[in-house]
Design a protein around this ligand. Sequence first.
Ligand code: BG6
Length: 469
Amino acid sequence: MIHKKLKDFPADFFWGASTSAYQVEGAWNEAGKGLSVMDVGNHPEDVADFKVASDHYHHYKEDIALMAEMGFKTYRFSIAWTRIFPEGMGKINQQGIDFYNSLINELLKYNIEPLVTIYHFDLPLALKEKGGWTNRDTIAAFVNYAEILFEEYGDRVKYWLTINEQNMMILHGNAFGLLDDDSKDIKQELYQSNHLMLVAQAKVFNLYHQKVKNGKIGPAPNIISIYPASSKPEDILAANNYSAIRNWLYLDAAVFGRYNATAWSFMQEKNITPQLKSNDLKILKAGKPDFIAFNYYTTATVAEDFKAEAENRFKGDQQIVDNEPGLYRRQQNEYLAETEFGWEIDPVGFRTTLREIYSRYNLPLIVTENGLGAYDKLEAEDTINDDYRINYLRSHLKQLQLALTDGVEVFGYCPWSAIDLVSTHQGINKRYGFIYVDRDEFDLKDLRRIRKKSFYWYKNVIATNGQEL
Ligand code: BG6
């Protein structure tokens, strides 16, 4: 649709950016923090781990001052479960509570609205050792952890996200600590974990609405449009299969409180259906989100597949489709360029995705991740000329504005990432931030913060409320 006139971004639009605790904080074993699966995970040895990361734990005041300088209206960060409960449950670590109190207060000092992810991949190791998300006790641990957060911070935090990219954790189990081995098979334990997470999430939606009256809560999956490789009906069916398994399984459960039929029949076919307890479906139905947050980096293109065996799987990279025998097979999209890390760049697909989610669920949307990972270069006089990042973000924001004009209700945009941080599996030199952190994979240097060109560009975008992109 071509619009003669574009809608303006809403006056109270949440301009901001995102990070996650284990990727940005460092201080992995300080101030009483327990170990998480990300601290000990099967991380590649040739890139940085998460021990120091961007050392935001010790630099948060300076970092928040820079966010304020950019004009952020909101900042999405996650709380490290193991700072609050070093063992996942049981004894509370007061130093952890204090840290996030200081961080939240620092944001409020600049009128930046905190947008808090409760759980971003970093399950406490102590829970993992007891079976993690395959153990029903983890539901209670998660609900209890969330309850403490609502009690401690609920007076000041009004926007909450339950679980970051649950769908990526399930589809790429070995990348995010759900599986220990490099197995390429789909496992029942993954879909059992998925089910328990869905139940835990629904319980937390419910609990929040009972406890807090003037705040909002939503899920935060990674949702993308899926294209068929051609107009061949079998390819279209393949795209429909992948959409159900990758996207709708998660959001249908979160919003409608039921399993998506195609996804359920896929689980039956593969013999991986979760074991349900009699009350589970009731709990799913009772939990309702107030909005949908979603992360978007790229789209995916798939074709039909006739194979009997899994092959060419990319368990470690969450944006690369894993072929599913008999259901779908990854295809390159010849119309799209790629980032240096092989992720296809698709701004128009962003508009399509926003429309698809909104027309299916009719809830307000917020984009909680979108961005370009690149090898930035620190040049003379402390400059980083990341025009490629500006181009990526600008082209996506243009499509977001088109989606707004199409009638999609979007209340915020938080690209990845506010500041450079350690990528899930590709180190610190796959950079995403508006703020450069001066360190290399293994040489920590001085961890100095330096404004990139995109910093100044985004500052102006926010100052003009998106009039100048
Ligand atoms: C999302 C995650 O999958 O993508 C983030 O929520 C992650 O934690 C981001 O960092 C970018 O991915 P990567 O693998 O480049 O770090």
